[in-house]
Design a binder for this molecule. Structure first.
Ligand SMILES: [Zn+2]
Ligand SMILES: [Zn+2]
Length: 625
């Protein structure tokens, strides 16, 4: 006889209050959808939840003294209830601070919810602290990162933050590139504009005039995007061909970030705060409130996803006839739904209709070669005494996913009572729903209001049109205008109107004489001037180095590598934003855990490497020329 359950080790607590943090992060509308009295739903909810929880708990507190065996039984109970990832149990296990004493708990959490990144990160941490196995811990971290894509809510949560960071980085990087080029050309533009009015205009008046002109869009409440229009114009007029191409790319980056990318980020951000998607996923995880189940019921006629979630709930609750009817209905509507075919077969098997079950498994396998379905089929074949078929079926399952088959075979063990596993809602179905919902526009509008509160922020077409018009006018002006520029050696301004004799050479006359016709200059004066120019160059080199490193995008501009400036500005923006949002742009709904700073930290490090490479390349280019 083993010791009493409580003495056996950790308690797997699965009371309803453990789920409260989870329900709170699902957003306000879980509550608003729960119309009617608040007290009644909570009781029902507890009852619905307890079916799976009780089964898992019973298995957890079974006679098994071996913790591994106990975990396996709990896992089997969860799988039989259709819980491929039983997140609440995993969260309950890793919930308390483990800190080097919970290796066993973390291992159990990963078995019960193998795709939950938070559980895998907790296991990696415990392996490091308690198992003293750094290599295994690092492998565990990689396992957690790979698990993200397999865990539906986690893939949405991570994608949201990454898209948000990318949208903002495109805007910031694009604007920065436009600003740097605009500012670099500003002083020439101010001089040339002044020349159009009066050659006698003092420099401060010229600067004030152009400054005021460039700020006009701000006065019309067009925000930073309006200012970007004027910076773009100045940059285009004074830029060489390569620079113009990069400025156009910078504009495209801003527009893509502010419109489609922001909308996509908003769609993912709101996918979970709305719609039957949230309710359906919660229902299949056994965590839907009765209000949410009623909501699913109300739309199940027209919504196959809601109907499927309710079918899963029905089977779990033991209402086999109802589940059977729901699946039949679903398959009539969409015969390609391989998950529904598998789950329908599981119900048929429980109803004792073995032949019908086998044909449904085959139907599911025609669309998707799932190891789980093959395993279920082998169960049905065993039950129908088609023992010759069992071997090939299991071999095919083995080929499809050896790890899955190994786990299922292990869980079945010597207990040969029927053990079948439901398929979760098909990912394709969920993603299609989210992406076609186009729910992100209101978020994107709010997001844009910071940089483009005016008419420019209203649509991508409008803002692209405005930039295209400015590009046309600027290029037209550039073809008419004689532009001033700096002497490439001494930095003196060379204006074709104020000093027509200087021509359009790269170097001013005195530099030209000094470096190309030294025989025409005085020896001592020449030495003094070259000395002064060298000093100036040294001083400038120090300033350039500081600006190149500190201001993303500046390195490429100073080295006259426009491409590198855009790459530097974008990667610098990503590096800073990813560090700032290392814990996600929305609170972690207990799924990412330590995986969040790991993923966003890695993103930041990669961007920083890219930024460092762009700076190094620019400095090398500069010193080479
Ligand atoms: Zn010069
Ligand atoms: Zn001039």
């Amino acid at each position: 006889m083993g010791p009493p359950p409580d003495a056996q080790g950790p308690e797997l607590v699965l009371a309803a209050q453990d789920f409260d943090p989870l329900l709170q992060v699902q957003g306000p509308d879980s509550a608003t959808r729960t119309q009617g009295s608040e007290a009644a739903p909570r009781v029902e909810f507890q009852a619905d939840l307890s079916r799976t929880a009780a089964a898992v708990r019973l298995a957890w507190h079974s006679e098994a003294e071996d913790p591994v065996l106990r975990t396996q039984r709990a896992r089997r109970a969860a799988l039989q209830h259709g819980m491929v990832n039983f997140d609440p149990a995993a969260r309950a296990l890793i919930g308390p601070e483990l800190r080097g004493t919970g290796l066993e708990l973390a291992e159990a959490a990963v078995v019960l919810s193998p795709d939950l990144p938070a559980a895998r990160m907790a296991l990696a941490q415990e392996t490091w602290l308690e198992g003293h196995s750094p290599i295994a811990a690092v492998r565990g971290v990689f396992g957690a990162l790979l698990a993200i894509s397999r865990h539906f809510e986690s893939s949405i949560w991570f994608s949201t933050t990454i898209l948000y960071i990318c949208a903002l980085a495109l805007i910031v990087g694009g604007l920065l590139t436009l600003a740097i080029y605009g500012v670099f050309a500003f002083i020439h533009a101010a001089h040339d504009l002044g020349d159009l009015i009066s050659p006698a205009l003092p420099i401060f008046a010229r600067v004030a005039l152009l400054g005021a002109l460039m700020l006009v869009p701000l006065a019309f409440h067009q925000g930073l995007l309006g200012l970007a229009l004027t910076l773009f114009s100045v940059g285009l007029i004074y830029g060489a061909a390569r620079q113009r191409v990069v400025l156009c790319l910078a504009v495209i980056a801003v527009v893509v970030g502010a419109f489609p990318m922001a909308r996509l980020a908003g769609t993912l951000l709101t996918a979970y705060l709305d719609t039957p998607i949230d309710a359906a996923v919660l229902a299949t995880e056994g965590m839907a409130l009765p209000g949410e189940l009623r909501f699913l019921e109300s739309v199940s006629e027209s919504d196959p996803m809601a109907a499927m979630a309710l079918a899963v709930v029905s089977r779990r609750a033991g209402n086999l006839a109802e589940a059977d009817a729901r699946y039949r209905d679903l398959l009539e509507r969409d015969s390609e739904n391989f998950a529904a075919a598998n789950n329908a077969a599981n119900v048929k098997l429980e109803l004792g209709q073995v032949e019908r079950a086998i044909s449904l498994y085959r139907k599911s396998l025609a669309t998707s070669n799932s190891a789980t379905v093959l395993f279920n089929l082998s169960q049905a074949q065993g039950q129908a005494f088609k023992l010759d078929d069992v071997g090939p079926t299991l071999a095919a399952a083995q080929q499809s996913n050896p790890a899955r088959v190994a786990e299922l075979t292990l869980l079945q063990g010597s207990d040969l009572t029927r053990f079948t596993v439901d398929s979760p809602l098909p990912r394709r179905m969920l993603w299609e729903r989210i992406l076609t919902a186009r729910a992100g526009e209101s978020f994107a509008t709010e997001f844009r209001s910071e940089i483009a509160p005016g008419v420019l922020g209203e649509s991508a077409a409008l803002s692209t049109g405005a930039f295209a018009l400015i590009a046309f006018l600027s290029l037209l002006a550039a073809s008419r205008l004689k532009m001033s520029h700096w002497c490439s050696r001494c930095g003196r301004r060379m204006c074709p109107r104020c000093e027509p004799e200087l021509g359009t050479e790269d170097e001013c006359e005195s530099c030209n004489r000094l470096f190309h016709h030294p025989e025409t200059t005085d020896r001592t004066m020449r030495a003094a001037r070259i000395n002064a120019l060298q000093h100036r160059e040294k001083r400038l080199a120090r300033v350039r180095l500081a600006v190149s490193i500190l201001l993303p995008g500046a390195a490429g501009v100073l080295a006259r590598c426009p491409w590198v400036s855009l790459i530097g500005a974008l990667s610098g923006a990503i590096a800073i934003l990813a560090i700032y949002w290392r814990n996600g742009v929305t609170p972690d709904p207990l799924i990412a855990g330590a995986a969040a700073p790991m993923v966003f930290g890695l993103l930041s490090v990669l961007a920083m490497l890219c930024y460092g490479a762009s700076v190094a390349f620019s400095l090398a280019e500069r010193s080479r020329s």
